[in-house]
Write a protein that binds this ligand. Structure first.
Ligand code: ATP
Ligand code: MG
Length: 675
């Protein structure tokens, strides 16, 4: 199907084959938490906002709320106003009666010879209480204070988060792979007086000196004007790792020492207003300076709890593994808060998925009997590249799998479904953002069929709408893409950008707001910044960032449809397309691809890839050049940085690449493109 609208630049033409539906397995439906088709009616806009009571009722409240949604400070929505609760109590204490001996956290260290830790809810409760005592009694922290965490993937990270939440302290976890500079800027922005870090951790077989990075972060924050009074250091190996930076007297303390005096102590959870702040999370920065996204306690927790139960289909007896980093929103919502709110057993893996080899993930799945698996297209592409036949060697059974973080090409989706899921798992492709707290579009796995490459309709309670540049709604099935927006507020939406309400309003609302004085939520659609198209069945296909859309002679092409076409060529592992400047056409697509191992670059292959793009998408999308490169430049969260490739193609300055996961590849690609 190729549909080309009368393209005035207001919308994009869409050119692909619609995928077939794949039904979820009967065995999955038989056990699913949500099989009531009435759920969509219950969450229709006619029942807005009261329908969200069903979300909040998954939590234990100290005091019930009186107003479901308060719009008086639009677009800073307030949910469950008047309600009081504690997030730590909801994720830990309330499960003790029934589940105290059940595993809350399975911790898998990277070294395969180190034993896996199975921490029960009772043990988690003890450790959260003791940690909270350090924060309250030793550090003097209280509700509303900010604390920066720079912790790797070990149980101490959720323990520290939950200890903060117990006291109403706002945590701001910075991804452990981030540099001292990046961490320091976030300490400064959040005005944290305390940094909590760790002596070291394993990554790709190396034990990293993490404390030294914390020292740098403190220096950077200080230069910006933010003093850090105390640095608390968890110990991965007490007494064994010596940092190249010494402990600073009166500032640095080992948690293990501090905890000794609080053994067995109980810290009463502080009853917090629903509209209190649970945490700050800086966005991954794919498109520019990261934003300090501010999430609430009641609305956020209710939202992620319901999504964990209904979309992730977590039952207390499942073993659930989300292979993201807790330093990103996916980890906050779907390793820690959501799963623990519904009494899950959640897996935390310290290391790289391909360490020491491409079978590691599947060995962990087999050993722990994981039955729900959650990861990103980047990880799936990486595992498919490194060990395409590995999953078949291991005896694990997934009932449910998730993909999140980028659009997934149908080819990659099918490998995930057939090879990883062995054709037996329901898949959800969940489209959402740091800002949105939880899922926006996804199928409900026990109710709706899957469609490779499409996220699915809005989840219950979320009503997506696609606007063209002028603010006209593009109807479902029109074959035209536009800016995807959400018509209504929802409890998981951020409260604002930390200390920057203007940026909150201008980034997400100004373009389509009908009247900035209005207190009516209908006037404030939320703009996500992604380009998308909705087919007549209501399924949403995300085409990439609005800013990445390529305009060739007036035809606007989404990055993802071109990349998906490139991936139909067997040899291709990853693809990224960017807009290269062209004197005649304005811009033309330049395509970068990397290959699966065992395949070699050749002019013949480049021509085949180019032909695949023109056949699947149309001649207009034929790349000017196909560059076969060793790897794609990626953010630390694993997303392909198209901006850098665009600078290379356009002979511009690639800017600062130190925040990339693989900065060395940039120079290699540049050399290659020059030749
Ligand atoms: P920044 O906002 O700082 O540029 P970022 O947008 O990469 O960083 P995140 O909030 O981690 O930060 O990512 C959200 C974005 O990821 C979405 O806007 C979308 O572009 C992409 N995305 C996430 N999940 C999906 C999905 N299932 N399908 C398609 N795209 C997705
Ligand atoms: Mg974003």
């Amino acid at each position: 199907m190729t549909q080309t609208g009368n393209d005035s630049g207001a919308h994009y033409a869409v050119h692909w084959q619609e995928e077939e539906y794949i039904q979820p397995p009967a065995s999955f439906i038989g056990q699913a938490n949500m099989t009531d088709p009435g759920v969509f009616e219950r969450f229709s806009l006619d029942n807005f906002p009261e329908c969200f009571k069903e979300f909040a009722d998954l939590l234990d409240w100290d005091q019930y709320w009186h107003t479901t949604l308060d719009t008086s400070d639009a677009p800073c929505w307030k949910w469950f106003v008047g309600g009081k609760l504690n997030a730590s109590y909801n994720c830990v204490d309330r499960h003790l009666a029934k589940y105290k001996n059940k595993t809350a956290i399975h911790y898998v260290p990277e070294p395969e010879d180190e034993p896996i830790v199975h921490m029960t809810y009772q043990e988690l409760y003890r450790r959260v209480n003791e940690t909270a005592a350090v924060l309250r009694d030793f550090c003097g922290l209280k509700a509303g204070d900010r604390v920066t965490l720079h912790l790797p993937m070990t149980p101490e990270l959720p323990i520290t988060m939950l200890a903060c939440a117990r006291l109403g302290i706002i945590h701001s976890q910075v991804f452990a792979g981030f540099s001292g500079q990046a961490c320091g800027e976030r300490i400064w922005d959040s005005e944290s007086r305390i940094l909590i870090t760790m002596d070291g951790y394993y990554r790709n077989g190396k034990l990293l000196d993490h404390k030294a990075i914390g020292d740098l972060a403190v220096e950077v924050a200080k230069k910006e004007g933010q003093e850090v009074d105390k640095v608390l250091i968890w110990q991965r190996y007490p007494g064994k790792i010596s940092s190249k930076t010494p402990m600073v007297e009166g500032r640095d303390y080992f948690m293990n020492d501090l905890l000794k005096q609080y053994a067995g102590i109980k810290v009463e959870p502080v009853s917090m207003p629903a509209e209190g702040i649970l945490f700050l999370m800086y966005t991954s920065g794919s498109t520019g300076r990261p934003k300090g996204v501010q999430h609430s306690i009641g609305g956020y927790l209710a939202y992620v709890a319901w999504m964990s139960k209904v979309i992730q289909d977590i039952h207390p007896e499942d073993v659930y593994w989300c292979m993201a980093d807790i330093g990103w929103i996916t980890g906050h919502s779907f390793i820690v808060y959501g799963p623990l709110a519904v009494a899950a057993s959640t897996v935390i893996y310290e290391g790289l998925p391909t360490y020491p080899d491409a079978g590691r993930v599947w060995r962990i799945a087999e050993e722990l009997d994981v039955n729900i698996f959650h990861t990103s297209p980047t990880a799936i592409r990486g595992l498919r590249k490194a060990g395409p036949d590995e999953p078949a060697k291991y005896n694990y059974n997934f009932k449910h799998m998730t993909t999140v973080g980028e659009p997934i090409e149908p080819e990659v989706w099918r490998w995930y479904y057939n090879v990883v899921g062995k054709g037996r798992a329901a898949i959800v492709d969940t489209w959402w953002q740091t800002e949105t707290g939880g899922f926006l579009c996804s199928t409900v796995p026990g109710l709706s069929p899957m469609k490779p490459g499409s996220a699915g309709p809005g989840v219950p309670g979320i009503h997506p709408v696609i606007f063209d540049n002028e603010g006209n709604e593009i109807p479902a099935g029109a074959g035209k893409a536009g800016n995807i927006c959400i018509s209504n507020p929802w409890p998981g939406l951020m409260q604002t950008i930390w200390k920057d309400r203007e940026r909150y309003v201008s980034t997400y609302f100004r373009k389509y707001c009908k009247d900035e004085n209005s207190k009516d939520w209908r006037d404030w659609p939320y703009m996500a910044g992604d380009a998308a198209v909705v087919s007549s069945d209501g399924y949403v296909r995300i085409l990439g960032r609005v800013d990445d859309v390529i305009n060739v002679a007036g035809h606007r092409l989404g990055t993802k449809e071109i990349e998906s076409a490139a991936l139909t060529v067997e040899d291709v592992a990853e693809a990224a397309v960017i807009a290269a400047k062209d004197e005649i056409k304005g811009t033309v697509p330049d395509l970068y691809v990397s290959l699966k191992p065992g395949y070699t670059a050749s002019n013949e292959l480049a021509a085949r890839i180019s032909n695949a793009v023109s056949t699947v998408v149309g001649k207009i999308a034929r790349p000017r050049a196909v560059h076969i490169v060793p790897d794609m430049p990626k953010t630390r969260s694993g997303k392909i940085m198209r901006r850098i490739l665009a600078s290379i193609s356009n002979k511009g300055d690639v800017g600062d690449v130190t925040s990339l996961a693989n900065p060395e590849v940039v120079e290699e690609i540049r050399k290659q493109v020059k030749e």
